[in-house]
Design a protein around this ligand. Sequence first.
Ligand SMILES: Nc1ncnc2c1ncn2[C@@H]1O[C@H](COP(=O)(O)OP(=O)(O)O)[C@@H](O)[C@H]1O
Ligand SMILES: Cc1ncsc1CCOP(=O)(O)O
Ligand SMILES: [Mg+2]
Length: 287
Amino acid sequence: MEEKTNDPPKQEQENQQEGTWARQAWAHLSTVRQQSPLIQCITNFVSMDLVANVMLAAGASPAMIHSIEEIPDFTPKAHALYINVGTLTPDWLPAMKLAIQVANENKKPWVLDPVAAGASGFRLKACLELLGMKPTVVRGNGSEIIALFKGSEDSNSKGVDSMHESTDAVEAAKSLAEVSGSIVAVSGAVDIVTDGQRVVGAKNGVSMLQKITATGCSVTALIAAFVAIDPSRAFEATASAMSVFGVASEIGMDMAKGPASLRMHMIDSLYGLDRATVLHRVNISAI
Ligand SMILES: Nc1ncnc2c1ncn2[C@@H]1O[C@H](COP(=O)(O)OP(=O)(O)O)[C@@H](O)[C@H]1O
Ligand SMILES: Cc1ncsc1CCOP(=O)(O)O
Ligand SMILES: [Mg+2]
């Protein structure tokens, strides 16, 4: 016979924990709105507009400053740094590395988006070098995280799009987190977040996000904003950011007719998210 304890039953405990994640997500979003952290973004040409607009809608203050000449002056002022290799060429790498070095020296969190990591030898090498500089968080799709974990190019690479489900990459993400010391996040139908030990899944979002370019880049930027205001709890901040982005897209989808209007309604919904909606919709649980 099961021994009687005063602890609530397992299902009730799980419900309580999920409520805790939702309250935490609201706390993170409210704090971003109150503090409006300054985020330096060195991101790809395709994503600059959407990334900046998503961050503004969430309450953060983005600055697309990527010239190496400006980094010594500007990077120390930023609350977090966002590095994205989407349209990488060799001349961008020194600026990225200097910004990371300055962020690390100033104990500022930084977040890496390894776009299409397995698409070419040049890109993979660059991503592995950046990963070696200890990002606070790395967020990719399933194929990107698997390429980083394996450290090898993907002969089937579809470029920036994923050939894998996020759930295919759970073990790769855990190992990568253990080896790198970074929080690793994998986006997909379920967004996975791990520090190598803990693994949670955020089950928010809509599949049509895949039909809007730079939504992955944008959710990584949102992670940078959330980590900026809670740097000592990057695991929790990452899960909050991914879930909040997903909730905004779910609400946007109710008004959208296709990808172009989803883009607009998702930004509006992120801007207008209220406490009751976040508490009701955030769906994060242990995996
Ligand atoms: N099948 C899906 N269902 C719901 N949301 C999804 C799905 N696939 C991706 N997303 C969401 O779309 C956003 C971008 O993720 P993804 O497409 O995986 O990134 P990337 O653009 O880097 O490939 C994330 O917020 C993710 O949660
Ligand atoms: C299409 C494209 N090509 C190079 S970067 C880029 C944007 C990719 O954005 P995301 O990874 O968020 O889909
Ligand atoms: Mg991407």
